[in-house]
Design a protein. Structure first.
Length: 269
């Protein structure tokens, strides 16, 4: 049986925008993609298999940083031949790159660039005591559904919308996202894609119910979101696969040929 994995070149020195394939990219945070980092507070979930999200200080500035700590567990798709492990975490930059292209960085916590951690920083992270972040207030929570809907319009399937993936009502982690172009979003059956969309929307709806019961002021839950999660997902029109990603490419023919023939290479198990 064959499987498909990413075959990307090692990171160049000095660093360049990633990933090194056609499509959206994220530039390094600074010229050498290294920095002295003060890890202030963990704001994600302790049992997250994909990544850790931290509040950090870099040169005195307060930021959020996602650290991809278990990249071998991530998958490009769900089910069948599309459930295959990623060979690199480079492609996790694509969602933030798309938001920068479209000037819609308001839809998630802004990404200022990527950093490469030193071995010492990784050891330090492994020893840190994790502290949970605070839930959003009612005003922040109110826009989460419209933000997710807009992310879909920009060709981004988040796939991971639980409460631990949000800080102040904004997404901080795109480690499971598919950003067009992505083979899984166009080559799986419509019924499977609808199932994945339903699962993503249901996670958000569950989080809304949790917030509604815990916040001091009532928040309104979109009737559209509740309807889609109640069996009407086939009527959801904003599928990420409809996004025209080729509009950003200098040569759309070359970019399409690359992703069709080289982005995923066949390799025997």
């Amino acid at each position: 049986m064959a499987s498909s994995v990413f075959r990307l070149a090692p990171l160049p020195n000095p660093p360049v925008p990633l990933p090194r394939v056609p499509g959206p990219k994220l530039a390094p945070f600074n010229p050498d993609a290294r920095a002295d980092i003060e890890f202030v507070e963990f704001v994600g979930r302790e049992n997250n298999l994909d990544s850790q999200v931290w509040r950090v200080k870099i040169n005195g500035a307060a930021l959020h940083q996602s650290y991809f700590c278990h990249s071998e567990t991530l998958r490009t798709g769900q089910g069948g031949d599309l459930a295959r492990p990623l060979a690199t975490s480079q492609l996790y930059c694509r969602a933030n790159g798309r938001l920068e292209e479209e000037k819609r960085e308001d839809l998630a916590v802004k990404a200022y660039g990527y950093l490469l951690l030193t071995p010492q920083q990784e050891i330090y992270l492994a020893r840190k005591e994790l502290v949970s972040g605070k839930a959003p207030n009612p005003h922040e929570a109110q826009h989460m559904w419209s933000d997710l809907d807009n992310l879909h319009l920009l060709g981004i399937f988040v796939g991971d919308t639980h409460g631990g993936n949000c800080v102040g009502g904004k997404l901080v982690d795109f480690s499971r996202s598919w950003t067009m172009y992505h083979p899984a979003s166009v080559h799986i059956r419509d019924s499977e894609l609808q199932g994945l969309m339903l699962e993503e929307l249901q996670h958000l709806l569950d989080y809304y119910y949790l917030l509604k019961n815990s916040l001091p002021r009532t928040i309104a839950i979109s009737q559209d979101l509740e309807a889609f999660c109640s069996g009407h997902i086939s009527k959801y029109n904003n599928l990420p696969s409809a996004y025209n990603w080729l509009k950003w490419e200098k040569s759309s023919d070359m970019a399409k040929a690359y992703v069709d023939g080289k982005l995923f290479e066949r390799a025997a198990l």
